[in-house]
Design a protein around this ligand. Structure first.
Ligand SMILES: [Zn+2]
Length: 525
């Protein structure tokens, strides 16, 4: 205790300011820390050997340039005393900070002082006993701050506000509102082109070739934009498009005008590692910005895209790629490459193919071209029958009324009028009862009857309203009638056409096919 200041101290002043500290106000500012420490050191009668400043660095790790430089100077013996304003300036990680104070500094015979915390490793002061506790507090503080920022971000994300950095290709941050995205005129055409190529049935592999050959610039070429996405290095400035980038764009719902955030998050506040979140945890807010692709087209593209990365390499799609399923085990049915011996293409249950040694499912190996032909013919027949029936219905309906919906709307208005009348009758007999024109008994009997009638009318009204709501969407009906007519007129239906019409096809082991259409009316044929 009494062997005070017998050594010559070569003092290092260490100053750290994180972006979070900045928000807390001036008290922690670089200038304040520097002035405070300088005067403390001169009060003690020591010489300052060097000042180390890390501006904008978090205390949760020790990868800070000036901190590292200071360690280097400790190693070379240039300094033997470190002074900080408080312990959290050294670090906010309990284990790391404790390691320095309890092991590293003593081992290097470096004296450490955290002035406002009263910690001085030279003395066996009461402040030192507090050291581990202080470190725990600082650790908790860092956790708390990182939680606060995350909560603040979530709140913004839930409001559909953009809180990310550089937005995905095709968008830029609205110059008038940093939480809003607008199409980037230099890039949006690229995204639109990508989706229209995909709708034509091109695979990411083919799209990649087209974009590269047509010299469509990659984002890196357009702005030399530095983005830390995975594929940045690969496509760089060479102008060669990357398949993963293309698939990433084609599967990003953000392009439909919905804000999709929280797709990735940090593991914890100490580690910078980023993981992909489960889809349930994504924060999606609809229609927050201008879409570059319609929701319908986006859905179609999702169905057309290959589901696994292996199939991403596929050079062409077969007509039924992606909608064939094994009826028995519900897994996808793959379409093999043509057999070398006879050029024939066969289907295979993917589950069986991957696990055949475990004796699961059966091969479902059918001649694909034959299956395709059967499917096309079946759809054509169903479409023809359906269209014929629609024609007949139309003729029949002309005899009765022009438009069934209009008729029901009319009935609905009548019902509402009737309801009003009944209610005013109720009011009336209530008045009669008050004025003693009718007895209590009679009032009870009539009002019970009226209530029941009103209830019935209410039910009828809700039924009719439901009907109108369900059948008012005539737009879609017209849309798929045209689609069916187009399908029938096509010599060779396109994959896009098939995918717009058909949801999935279940293939049974005994060759039965179940075709599920996207339009519920067709499923009854
Ligand atoms: Zn199967």
């Amino acid at each position: 205790m009494n062997n005070v200041i017998t050594k010559d101290y070569k003092v290092a002043i260490y100053i750290r300011l994180s972006r979070e500290d900045e928000k807390q106000g001036e008290s922690e500012s670089i200038t304040n820390q520097r002035e405070f420490l300088k005067s403390w050191v001169s009060e003690q009668g020591y010489e300052i050997s060097d000042i180390y400043v890390d501006d904008g660095f978090s205390g949760t790790n020790f990868n800070r340039p000036s901190f590292q430089r200071m360690l280097n100077d400790i190693e070379t013996g240039k300094i033997n005393m470190v002074v900080t304003k408080d312990m959290s300036r050294l670090g906010r990680d309990y284990i790391g900070t404790g390691e320095f104070i309890e092991k590293y500094f003593p081992a290097k015979k470096v004296r450490y002082v955290a002035v406002t915390d009263g910690i001085d490793t030279e003395y066996d002061s009461s402040g030192n006993d507090m050291a581990p506790f202080k470190a725990v507090f600082n650790d908790m503080y860092a956790k708390d701050i990182s939680k606060k920022i995350r909560v603040a971000l979530r709140t913004k994300q839930k409001q559909g506000l953009w809180v990310g950095g550089c937005p995905p290709l095709g968008y830029m941050i609205d110059p008038n509102d940093k939480n809003h995205l607008v199409p980037d005129p230099e890039e949006d055409y690229i995204v639109k082109k990508l989706f229209s190529l995909a709708l034509e049935g091109k695979t990411p592999y083919q799209i990649r070739l087209i974009l590269t050959e047509e010299n469509i610039p990659t984002r890196a070429m357009i702005k030399g934009k530095v983005n830390n996405r995975i594929n940045h290095a690969i496509e760089s400035k060479s102008g060669i498009w990357n398949q993963k980038t293309i698939k990433g764009i084609l599967t990003n719902e953000l392009y439909t005008g919905n804000m999709v955030q929280n797709r990735r998050s940090k593991v914890n506040y100490k580690i910078k590692k980023v993981v992909n979140n489960r889809k349930e945890d994504w924060i999606i807010v609809e229609n927050t910005h201008e879409a570059l692709v319609s929701k319908n087209d986006f859905q179609t593209v999702q169905k057309m895209l290959p589901k696994t990365s292996i199939r991403c390499e596929k050079k062409i799609y077969r007509l039924l790629d992606g909608i064939l399923f094994c009826y028995e085990c519900k897994h996808r049915l793959g379409i093999c490459n043509p057999r070398k011996s006879d050029g024939r293409t066969y289907t295979v249950c993917n589950y069986y193919r991957m696990n055949s040694k475990y004796n699961v499912c059966t091969s479902h190996g059918f001649n694909y071209d034959y299956l395709e032909q059967v499917v096309i013919n079946t759809i054509k027949n169903i479409a023809l029958n359906y269209l014929n029936e629609q024609e007949l219905l139309k003729e029949a309906s002309k005899l009765k009324f022009e438009n069934p919906i209009e008729k029901i709307k009319h009935e609905l208005n009548m019902l509402k009028e009737k309801q009003e009348n009944k209610i005013s009758n109720l009011d009336k007999i209530y008045m009669d009862k008050i004025e003693n024109k009718i007895s209590e008994d009679m009032y009870n009997r009539i009002s019970a009857k009226l209530y029941k009638e009103i209830d019935d009318i209410k039910w009828e009204i809700s039924e009719k309203e439901k009907y109108i709501e369900e059948n008012n969407g005539t737009e879609q009906e017209i849309d798929y009638k045209n689609l069916l007519e187009e399908f029938i007129s096509m010599k060779e239906p396109s994959r896009e056409m098939i995918l717009r019409l058909v949801d999935r096809i279940d293939v049974h082991a005994d060759k039965q096919l179940d075709i599920y259409f996207n339009f519920k009316e067709l499923n009854n044929f």
